[in-house]
Design a protein around this ligand. Structure first.
Ligand code: DIG
Ligand code: MN
Ligand code: MN
Length: 388
């Protein structure tokens, strides 16, 4: 079935090998699905209209692979990319599964662990460059703590910065066209994670040696876990010119990291996120870091992947209807939202503060104004419910 909401590569939807390849294991249950060969994953993505595939080093090359095994895997993978036209826009490294990283990777107290994490990352950067990836995501899944007495946060952040500075220097010295995107998360799998939100990460980036090379990969579920507005976080990343990549999924606030199908929870937040990216004409990848319910088989996995993309396209259509709906546009006028473009103090000159102080403002009259948010919000609700 094809309709207006059938994804095509031009929509720039991407999935990680670990998302469609998620086998349904959770902390309380074993895998419910068989291994998905990366070659089959790529063919499946091409079939459903995706643009690209991303991966952790370990997703593609199982740890412990011999050199000939590695070469064979890369050869098959390169062949299926050529066969399907699927791209590799982003690569990342897994610094969270192997036991050696149990107490951190870049921020482990033991420098031997930190050196192992750094060299694993340099190898993954090489792998990403080999496949033309322009973005290297860093999610510090083990960079955090449970036992605070065993942690010195400022020194841990020094180590975090040192590792990222080294990776930036390596990228520059290798001549790679690649940027680093940090992915914040408040907790899980560690009790507390360093760089827990977009705000923390933005502040951290300014302390680095190469801040222009480092941006953000915000994830819908992660900011939502903190009870924060994801689209406000993304808006600030855009405002700072630091939205290098994005992880789309769905999440119920206050629960564990659910990584649900995009739009399956919090449809209004999903709408405002899609509207934000569309209004900003952001040209980044629409990456889904999500997975199918544990209850489903491989057919359900592909239903999940198509559902992520279709919901995004439906919400993009709603965002464009919003912009063309005369009643919504009329209601927007009442809110004065477009007046945010008027500078608060356009005056110049030495007497500008004096002039501001002498200006006559009828405070009571202005305070009595109604901004029509109820009408506008109901119009948006009816737009999303499909009756406008
Ligand atoms: C989890 O949200 C993380 C890992 O899946 C991966 O390192 C990153 C890339 O999207 N997201
Ligand atoms: Mn997540
Ligand atoms: Mn993610």
């Amino acid at each position: 079935m094809t309709d207006d909401f059938s994804p095509v590569p031009e929509d720039r939807f991407t999935f990680g090998l670990w998302t469609i390849g998620n086998r349904g294991r959770d902390p309380f249950g074993n895998e419910t699905r068989p291994l998905l060969d990366p070659v089959d994953a790529v063919r499946g993505l091409a079939r459903i209209g995706a643009y690209g595939v991303n991966f952790h080093d370990d997703d593609l090359i199982p740890p412990g692979s011999t050199a000939p095994e590695r070469d064979g895997i890369l050869k098959r993978f390169r062949e299926v990319l050529d066969e399907t036209g699927i791209k590799v826009p982003m690569v990342t490294t897994n610094l969270f599964s192997q036991p050696i990283f149990k107490s951190g990777a870049f921020t482990a107290n033991d420098p031997v662990v930190r050196r192992h994490a750094l060299r694993k990352t340099l190898n993954a950067i090489d792998l990403g460059a080999e496949f033309g990836a322009g973005i290297f995501v860093m999610w510090g899944g083990r960079e955090g703590a449970e036992c605070d007495a065993a942690t010195d946060v400022p020194s841990a952040l020094d180590c975090y910065a040192e590792a990222i500075n080294a990776c930036c220097a390596y990228i520059k010295e290798s001549g790679y066209q690649m940027e680093i995107a940090l992915e914040p998360k408040p907790n899980e799998p560690r009790g507390n994670l360093f760089l827990p939100t977009v705000g923390h990460a933005l502040a951290f980036i300014h302390e680095l040696d190469f801040p222009d090379m480092v941006g953000l990969n915000p994830e819908f579920a992660h900011e939502t876990m903190s009870g924060l507005s994801f689209h406000h976080a993304v808006a600030q990343a855009l405002w700072a010119d630091k939205l290098f990549h994005i992880d789309l999924n769905a999440q119920v606030p206050g629960k564990f990291d659910q990584d649900l199908r995009f739009g399956s929870e919090g449809i209004r937040d999903a709408f405002y996120l899609v509207k934000l990216l569309d209004d900003a004409e952001w040209d980044g990848m629409r990456h889904f870091d999500a997975h199918a319910y544990r209850t489903d088989d491989i057919d359900g996995v592909w239903e999940f992947a198509v559902g992520c993309m279709r919901t995004y396209l439906v919400l993009r259509d709603k965002a464009r209807r919003f912009a063309q709906d005369p009643e919504i546009q009329e209601a927007l006028e009442v809110t004065k939202v477009k007046s945010l473009g008027i500078p608060t103090m356009p005056e110049t000159g030495a007497d500008r503060f004096e002039r501001l102080r002498k200006e006559t403002i009828d405070v009571d009259a202005v305070a009595a104004v109604g901004y029509g948010h109820e009408r506008l919000d109901q119009l948006v609700t009816e737009l999303l419910m499909g009756i406008r």
